[in-house]
Design a protein around this ligand. Structure first.
Ligand SMILES: C[S@@+](CC[C@H](N)C(=O)[O-])C[C@H]1O[C@@H](n2cnc3c(N)ncnc32)[C@H](O)[C@@H]1O
Length: 223
């Protein structure tokens, strides 16, 4: 069932450096989403629609939503194929917390991290109203020092936030999470992959949404 194709080395090809292995995870973009999850996503869709309708009043340039249904399908495959070594899941930049909610529905102990106060509040309210036992943390998902991994003069969206890093506040680190999800802005995927490669635990899984029908799933492998 699970087709895992080793190994596309994306970064860190030096001798003792950890590498990211691109996994070929079999998931079906046509598969039917369970009714309960469709119900949840219908509420998410209408929450987002009211946000877009009043966007001019509260423009958050960095917020764009992924394709929740495809992310559900891919994450379900990650879970059913037992790829993560543990149950802690983190969404880097969670917006309205919808992927965090989906991860919780799939059985992960899920956390979303968001820098924007308004989105943090919205994500918390969404989880509360849906009685989803996940957490939203307000802060920066980039660990201290990781900014230095960006190319010089890189203008990445994730580097803009002045809010402090969240991990010391909760006494956890990036390496406590077995699975991390991110939807990077175009051009910063290399940077978030490198942050993951440096700071995540060995064997951790990175699920990246890169655009419609474009999802990549990596595992960190230390030599
Ligand atoms: C492209 S949106 C993706 C939202 C959501 N993950 C999804 O896929 O639907 C990126 C989100 O990450 C947040 N973000 C960007 N950089 C961040 C950082 N360094 N720390 C915390 N949140 C960040 C933005 O505010 C925005 O809500």
């Amino acid at each position: 069932m699970s087709k895992r194709k080793p190994s596309t080395l994306t970064t860190g090809q030096g001798s003792c450096e950890p590498v990211l292995t691109l996994l070929e995870v079999d998931w079906d973009s046509e598969s039917i989403i369970p009714e309960e999850i469709e119900g949840l996503l219908a509420k998410a869709d209408s929450l987002l629609q009211s946000y877009w309708d009043s966007w001019h009043r509260r423009p958050i340039e960095q917020y764009v939503a992924c394709d929740f249904r495809d992310v559900w399908r891919a994450m379900q495959a990650v879970k059913t194929q037992n790829l993560p070594f543990g149950n802690l899941f983190c969404e880097w930049g969670c917006g309205f917390g919808i992927v965090t909610a989906l991860a919780s529905k799939l059985g992960w102990d899920a956390v979303g991290i968001e820098a924007e106060e308004f989105l943090f509040q919205q994500a918390q309210a969404f989880l509360r109203s849906e009685k989803i036992p996940a957490e939203i943390w307000h802060g920066n998902f980039l660990p201290p020092g990781s900014q230095g991994l960006a190319k010089r003069q890189a203008n990445h969206a994730s580097l803009f936030h002045q809010i402090p890093c969240v991990y010391p506040k909760v006494s956890l680190g990036v390496d406590d999470f077995a699975t991390i999800f991110a939807y990077p802005w175009p051009g910063e995927d290399y940077f978030l992959k490198d942050v993951f490669r440096h700071y995540a635990a060995d064997r951790a899984i990175l699920v990246m949404f890169l655009g419609p029908y474009e999802l990549e799933i990596y595992r960190k492998d230390s030599k």
